[in-house]
Design a binder for this molecule. Structure first.
Ligand code: GAR
Length: 202
């Protein structure tokens, strides 16, 4: 089994999609071992009892956009206790520093709500919408020290139709994310265990 740990900060709809896929037998050789969150009241924490998986708040320290040094060491130690093969950033809204990336070398993937390399950073759906783009989408990629720039593992395209509201486009992107992220985890697990290369875009 590929042992998966999920990190998130928000409502957790993507973590839910992963757990639901596992429950439906659609996550293949991957298994979620735990969820960690940097916000004490986030919806993602409510998934723990619903899916019978451990979901914990961990103190991020005093900064808003990254983990503080001592807190980061605690995060690394706690995550290491679950011996993860793969760490999935599913709406984790903090910059991951090189020290954290080194601790889990080539084991962290991130979900981003745009067709990278377009619109890295924040408010990606809104920027695509306000620029009048004909399409946007979502991306899963390896995490490297450069933000939203690691090698792309999979993308899902979403058309922006005339008359779509921003909310409608957001809903379409989230629906695409809920398919792409579990699919990418399943394919990575297959690749590692079986040696196949059935990536989502294949
Ligand atoms: C998702 O849309 C994800 O792409 C985005 O946060 C949302 C989390 O939603 N991530 C980023 O913007 C990271 N830069 P969720 O909590 O419902 O899964």
């Amino acid at each position: 089994m590929i042992r998966v740990v999920i990190l998130g900060s928000g409502r957790g709809s993507n973590a839910e999609a992963i757990l639901q896929a596992e429950r439906n037998g659609e996550l293949g050789l991957a298994k979620v071992m735990g969820i960690f969150c940097d916000q004490p009241d986030a919806g993602i924490l409510k998934l723990g009892p619903r899916f019978d998986v451990s979901a914990f708040y961990l103190d991020p320290g005093k900064y808003r956009t990254k983990l503080e040094g001592a807190a980061e060491a605690h995060w690394v130690h706690t995550i290491e206790c679950l011996s993860p093969d793969l760490i999935v950033l599913a709406g984790f809204m903090r910059v991951i520093k090189p020290t954290f990336i080194e601790a889990f070398h080539q084991r962290i993937i991130n979900l981003h709500p745009s067709l990278l390399p377009k619109y890295p950073g924040l408010h990606s759906i809104q920027r695509a919408y306000e620029n009048g783009d004909a399409e946007t989408g979502c991306t899963v990629h390896w995490v490297t020290p450069e933000i939203d720039a690691g090698e792309i593992l999979g993308q899902e395209r979403v058309p922006i139709e005339k008359g779509d509201t921003l909310e409608a486009v957001e809903a379409k992107v989230h629906a695409a994310e809920h398919k792409l992220l579990p699919k990418t985890i399943r394919h990575l697990a297959e690749k590692w265990i079986l040696g196949t290369t059935q990536f989502p875009q294949d």
